[in-house]
Design a protein around this ligand. Structure first.
Ligand SMILES: [Zn+2]
Length: 285
């Protein structure tokens, strides 16, 4: 410790080896030759160096394959743990992707551009002047942006609300236990509200009143049995026709339908529950 005595004006024992009057810059501008590397890191996602977009793509494929596989096999049922894991992973990947794009945007900020290539020819005499000219400091700027990224749940919520696959996954996890209930909003934390909103989702074709086997959903969000709609198309000679739901004025054509995966899953979950009830009764008898 003897060699430090000449600097020992500071009482903090951790600083014993440093002179107390040493003023380190709050940040040091990057040498211009490193600037391009800095930019590369910021734009890593769009350049394909980051694994998130690729992982997200793979995950979407995996989830779609799983859903389609279960939907198209009458003997198979959805597994709750698998659905929950897929949902959790999907959300995390979406969050990573959004944060990545936010970080990429940082590279367009003037303050960072100035940091990478300052307008001044920096030397020891004008370093202080340079530091004062950049306000807030890059350090403050980045940490403020970090906080912004961490608290920017709004963008994430907006994204997942409009993401069809995310909503399908979330709905599937819900309807497994509640096949006839409308899926509650994610924002709605109040569990009681589900019961109050009432109204069951019909698992029957509105035209034949038979339980759905191959449900299809229209562009106006009405679900029909495929064969019923085919009958409608035939009646209208495959020309445009009005949605059969009274009060719905939508005009449909052969391109207005796609498989209603959620309805198909509802019927599956409902029939499984009914079967379990029957099995329980058999045991009692
Ligand atoms: Zn309709």
């Amino acid at each position: 410790m003897s060699q430090s005595t000449e600097f020992a004006t500071n009482s903090n024992p951790n600083d014993d080896y440093l002179p107390s009057n040493l003023s380190l810059p709050t940040y040091i501008p990057l040498h211009y030759s490193l600037g391009s590397n800095f930019n590369k890191i910021l734009q890593s996602g769009s350049r394909g160096n980051d694994l998130t977009p690729q992982a997200l793509k793979q995950h979407i494929n995996l989830v779609n394959q799983y859903i389609d596989h279960i939907i198209s096999n009458d003997s198979l049922d959805f597994n709750e743990n698998i659905l929950n894991n897929y949902l959790k992973t999907y959300k995390n990947l979406i969050i990573s992707k959004i944060k990545l794009s936010q970080i990429e945007k940082l590279s367009n900020e003037t303050i960072l551009k100035q940091y990478i290539s300052p307008n001044l020819n920096l030397n020891l005499t004008n370093l202080d002047e340079y530091h004062q000219s950049v306000n807030p400091s890059v350090e403050e700027f980045i940490s403020s942006k970090e906080n912004e990224l961490i608290s920017s749940n709004y963008q994430i919520n907006q994204f997942i609300k409009s993401d069809k696959l995310y909503q399908l996954l979330r709905s599937l996890t819900f309807i497994m236990k509640n096949p006839e209930d409308p899926v509650p909003d994610e924002d709605n934390d109040d569990d009681d509200a589900i019961g109050i909103s009432g109204g069951k989702v019909s698992l029957k074709d509105p035209i034949t009143l038979n339980q759905f086997v191959e449900p299809v959903i229209t562009s106006c969000n009405h679900t029909f049995e495929k064969s019923s709609i085919q009958q409608q198309m035939l009646t209208h000679r495959y020309g445009p026709f009005e949605c059969p739901i009274s009060g719905c004025d939508s005009v449909l054509n052969s391109n207005s339908f796609k498989i209603d995966k959620l309805m198909k899953a509802r019927v599956k979950a409902f029939n499984k529950m009914e079967k379990n009830k029957d099995d329980d009764l058999d045991l009692v008898n």
